[in-house]
Design a protein around this ligand. Structure first.
Ligand SMILES: *Cc1c(COP(=O)(O)O)cnc(C)c1O
Ligand SMILES: *Cc1c(COP(=O)(O)O)cnc(C)c1O
Length: 443
């Protein structure tokens, strides 16, 4: 993003905040909501640009990254009034790192008595004499397992503890992330309502003035609605700095499936001897020959076969009986799932489960196969819609079935585009020609 863009986007966001503030009910007009520019994954020069345009509050969610940025010589020189908000999950063993940072301003994510206790104990070693560290209590208003924060029912206990027993902390407010993708057309966002109710509850129980308890809620997608509902601290990243690559994704190393279709056994052995373990085949007959090949059986005993072709029900037993069959990537009907499920116990080790993936026709092409998507998509045209679609499918099943998205692989990306696919979250790339050379067209 260029300089003009960051300044322009910042201006637009500030205008929207202003407008949303003016539309609030009278009793909420007592304060101008504070904008926290969330700069995670973004370089120092963009932060400096936003700072020079007047922005002071910035948010980061990884200790390591915040450490680098807060100590960056350019930031220290040009942004001496910067105010850092820590908005990520804070582990107790990283506390001193965060507390020692220049210009640390607020920890938005206190979610346990233990964390509060340790922050309280250690702040005097780092902060100015007799100062208090500002903290917010993070609440998991949506109750989702992958979100941090205490449950609304615990809020009185923890805030009371901070106020009464943590002399070196100042309770600045309450914070929530909430469910992603909520549509304001459906009425007031329940996460924002819940956070406000939490504030009411602590004010009533602990005799606090509600105007002194900030509500940190609302991100790029929904900050105006959050302000409408009383937010006084919005955390906005994308709308200012542009889209990010998901940092979280970088913790999973994508798995490479070497697609060996049409290629001879000796090339498979070579790849195996170079360390490759996962191999993909798309014809039952061919996979049968290779998986039972004496050389493969002798030299590649840890090979893991992925079946990546269309599977007919009458071939299922052939596949399930193969040595080292590892994963069927192409389940696309309930009938296929039923038959695989019924027959696996006859072939697999006792009590084992057969790994499967659901094949999704993301491109809607009549002859489209799995997450192969359209061929020849050009990355210059933006994120590949097939990959985006597969990722959305994952979000949907995780939300509906309460699954952890990190446990659901995305198999997408081939020789042509596996790097782009990884950027968009692929954890299983199927690469043939780039490893084994081009294949003759089977026609
Ligand atoms: C990344 C992040 C944001 C900003 O999200 P955008 O959608 O980019 O505005 C806000 N809050 C927290 C806790 C975040 O991690
Ligand atoms: C052939 C094939 C691949 C590999 O394609 P390359 O372009 O050679 O990398 C990946 N996935 C499936 C399902 C395939 O049939």
């Amino acid at each position: 993003m260029s300089e003009a863009d960051v300044k322009q986007c910042l201006k637009v966001v500030l205008e929207k905040i202003e407008q949303a503030s003016l539309k609030r009910p009278q009793e909420l007009q007592y304060v101008q909501p504070r904008l926290v520019a969330v700069s995670k994954t973004k370089p120092v020069d963009l932060i400096v640009q936003a700072y020079e345009a007047g922005q002071r509050h910035f948010g980061e969610n990884y200790v390591r990254e915040l450490e680098e940025k807060a100590n960056d010589p350019v930031i220290l020189e040009k942004c001496n009034e910067i105010r850092w908000h820590f908005i990520g999950h804070l582990q107790t063993n990283k506390i001193n790192k965060v507390l020692s940072l220049p210009n640390i301003y607020l920890i938005e994510t206190v979610d346990s008595e233990h964390l509060a206790t340790t922050l309280n104990k250690n702040w005097p070693k780092f902060g100015p004499p007799n100062s208090k560290l500002k903290v917010m209590v993070q609440i998991n208003t949506s109750g989702e397992e992958d979100k941090n924060g205490i449950s609304p029912s615990e809020v009185v206990t923890l805030t009371k503890y901070i106020i009464n027993d943590c002399n070196n902390l100042h309770l600045d407010g309450l914070m929530t992330i909430g469910r992603f993708g909520y549509k304001a057309e459906n009425g007031p966002n329940p996460d924002f309502v819940s956070l406000k109710n939490c504030r009411n509850e602590i004010c009533q129980n602990l005799g606090l003035n509600w105007k002194k308890v900030n509500l940190s809620m609302g991100m790029s997608d929904g900050f105006e609605h959050a302000i409408d509902l009383g937010s006084t601290n919005v955390r906005v990243g994308t709308a200012i700095f542009g889209p990010r690559l998901k940092k979280e994704l970088q913790c999973v190393q994508p798995r490479l499936v070497a697609v060996s279709k049409t290629k001879p056994v000796d090339l498979i052995v070579q790849a195996y001897e170079a360390g490759q373990r996962h191999f993909g085949e798309n014809y039952v007959k061919e996979l049968e020959e290779k998986a039972n090949d004496p050389i493969i059986l002798e030299k590649c005993n840890e090979i893991r076969w992925h079946f990546i072709g269309h599977l007919q029900t009458n071939k299922i037993n052939k596949i399930l009986s193969l040595p080292n069959i590892y994963l069927i990537e192409t389940v696309d009907t309930e009938k296929l799932a039923t038959t695989l499920n019924k027959n696996w116990p006859k072939f697999g080790p006792p009590d084992s489960k057969l790994k499967v993936m659901i094949q999704v026709n993301t491109s809607g092409e009549e002859d489209g196969l799995m997450m192969i998507g359209r061929f020849g998509y050009k990355v210059e045209d933006g994120p590949n819609p097939d990959f985006v679609c597969l990722k959305n499918c994952r979000d949907e099943i995780c939300q509906n079935l309460g699954l952890d998205w990190k446990e659901i692989n995305l198999s997408m990306g081939m020789s042509d585009d596996f790097e782009h696919a990884i950027e968009l979250g692929s954890t299983n790339v199927r690469v043939g020609s780039s490893i084994f050379g081009v294949r003759p067209k089977k026609e």
